[in-house]
Design a protein around this ligand. Structure first.
Ligand code: TYD
Length: 145
């Protein structure tokens, strides 16, 4: 699968009562069928989560409260950091990308929409194995936005 990182700016519906964002599956904003939703909370500023890649899973990350940093490593020397600090933005991660979530602000809540059910077999948890996978599948190309 193509290594893809894409930032989304969601449409906010708001009035004097407050704001609302609606995300619909297979829309321009969620380009896959969501089979699982989970969220990280009570995270510590110094904690680093993730530290893995997925073989097939697609994820859309939204920091619905507070902020955090998503570190993405493509396994060929290229690395990118993305700050998520507003609920109207999302970060799509597809393909073999090593990701680390860190620098969680107090009260941060990171919502993750995932394309599949939890499956430990889809994880690559050893960095060395990830580098091997990238090298072996080097027909991978990368797209950013
Ligand atoms: P993990 O994916 O390693 O967390 P993170 O990437 O946020 O650091 O998962 C932590 C633990 O939670 C691990 O034992 C697997 C379990 N887990 C589930 O049971 N279901 C899920 O949907 C997820 C994401 C994790």
């Amino acid at each position: 699968m193509l290594q893809t990182i894409k930032r989304y700016q969601f449409k906010t519906i708001g009035d004097t009562r407050g704001k609302l964002i609606a995300l619909e599956m297979f829309s321009a904003q969620v380009p896959f069928d969501v089979k699982r939703v989970y969220y990280l909370f009570d995270t510590q500023f110094g904690a680093v989560r993730g530290k893995h890649a997925h073989k097939q899973l697609k994820q859309l990350l939204i920091c619905v409260s507070g902020s955090c940093l998503i570190h993405c490593d493509f396994g060929d020397g290229r690395k990118m950091d993305y700050i998520l600090d507003t609920p109207d933005q999302g970060l799509l991660i597809e393909g073999l990308v090593w990701r680390e979530m860190k620098l969680f602000s107090k009260g941060a809540v990171l919502l993750v929409l995932a394309s599949d059910h939890y499956d430990e077999a889809d994880y690559i948890r050893k960095y060395g194995s990830f580098l091997e996978e990238v090298k072996n599948g080097k027909r991978n190309s990368t797209s950013f936005s």
